[in-house]
Design a protein around this ligand. Sequence first.
Ligand code: GAP
Length: 476
Amino acid sequence: MANDNKLQNIIAHCKEYGFVFQSSEIYDGLSAVYDYGQYGSELKKNIRDYWWKSMTQMQDNIVGIDAAIFMHPTVWKASGHVDNFSDPMIDNKDSQKRYRVDHLIEGFAETLDKEKGDALLQQMDQLLAANDFAGIKTLITDNKINCGVSGTCNWTDVRQFNLMFSTEIGSVAEEANVIYLRPETAQGIFVNFLNVQKTGRMKIPFGIAQTGKAFRNEIVARGFIFRMREFEQMEMQFFVKPGTQKEWYEHWKETRMKWHLSLGISPDKYKFHDHVKLAHYADMACDIEYDFPMGFKEVEGIHSRTDFDLKQHQQFSGKKLTYFDTDINQHYVPYVVETSIGLDRTVMMILSEAYEEQDLTTDDKPDSRVVLRFPPMLAPIKLAVLPLTKKDGLPEIARDLITACKPHFKCFYEEKDSIGKRYRRQDAIGTPFCITIDHQTKEDQTVTIRYRDSMTQERISLASVKDMILDKIKMF
Ligand code: GAP
């Protein structure tokens, strides 16, 4: 299956089976905003839970918080987002279409042979790192990079556009009432650094984690849930002694890569990409890239943010944000190493990895299935219970099994259609285990378990089902 097709097929499958819908679809949708349906929201929640447990419960020195989306407007002045959180854009004068210059050039590079494409991207990286926007425009025009809509090369100068959404708080629309929807969750952690450190009696090195919505007015929003205007982040700020940031940066690169591999994804589907142009707050930064259907793209960022944010908040708020290190009897502003992963992008990664179209044709019968091979711990539904018929007391046994299992994991009951059809529907939503209750169950208290990936079946005792599934879906 060509990768382009794979992405389109995943999008169609997500809609057909209740994973992801376009926002406000009955009004023709809202660009780059998506809603999660009945299975998508379960999948997303399970991924969030796995991250949260890995980053808080399984760590000795990381605690979680839940900060508000709205923050004092000065936060964004201090963090540098008001002045620096922008992307270089260029407009085509004929079509009026606006492009992020890196996306425009990257798109063009993909049409070239590898050597030429790589050379062009290298030139682009150097010019962007030097903030040489005139040079970027020359690169675009020299390479005759056209607008996809007008087909012309009639470009404006390259300009910076801020990505933050603003709104007003209170009833009077004055300058002072303008606030922003947070473009990252991290600042909610920075401004609570001392609250958590003091009330939690935390000793450096320690971390604060949180998950939550972030908003960016992405100009070029594409790639399904890869780049959205409203999305969710899972971030952790790790506060360290100045001078130790390099070793913690390496530690978190390794730890986060292990987390990705623990999802059962092969190492050759990942690579690190070191940033050439560092964000205004970073002294080292890299992305973990995953091989999405549209190629290797960032799923997570690991950033050594120095003491930039805490120092800025100290200066703008006039409040001291230092830590007293009893080991060395000194006050200092800690350095921070951040891990920042997009939840929606992780959902897309898990979907891309899990989606498989299988040809099951045998000599005498054409057959196929679409299966989502989710890791069982992340699957929206863990167990489907299917009575063979609607009578003879089989539904009652099935309902009893669900009653026993549902406090522990998400179950699904279905009695319509042939067993084969019911199995295929569960494959399509990624249910790892199906239990069939048949007439033999009444005689010997055994059931058939059918495994999604191998499609094999075996007979097990009804009484063992709950513990067996619990064992197979455990996260740690
Ligand atoms: N606090 C640091 C920070 O926000 P970032 O690299 O801008 O760093 C971190 O974002 C992660 O958030 C990205 O790796 C990506 O997974 C996710 N992300 C960023 N913008 C996104 C968007 N428009 N839609 C979906 N996810 C996005």
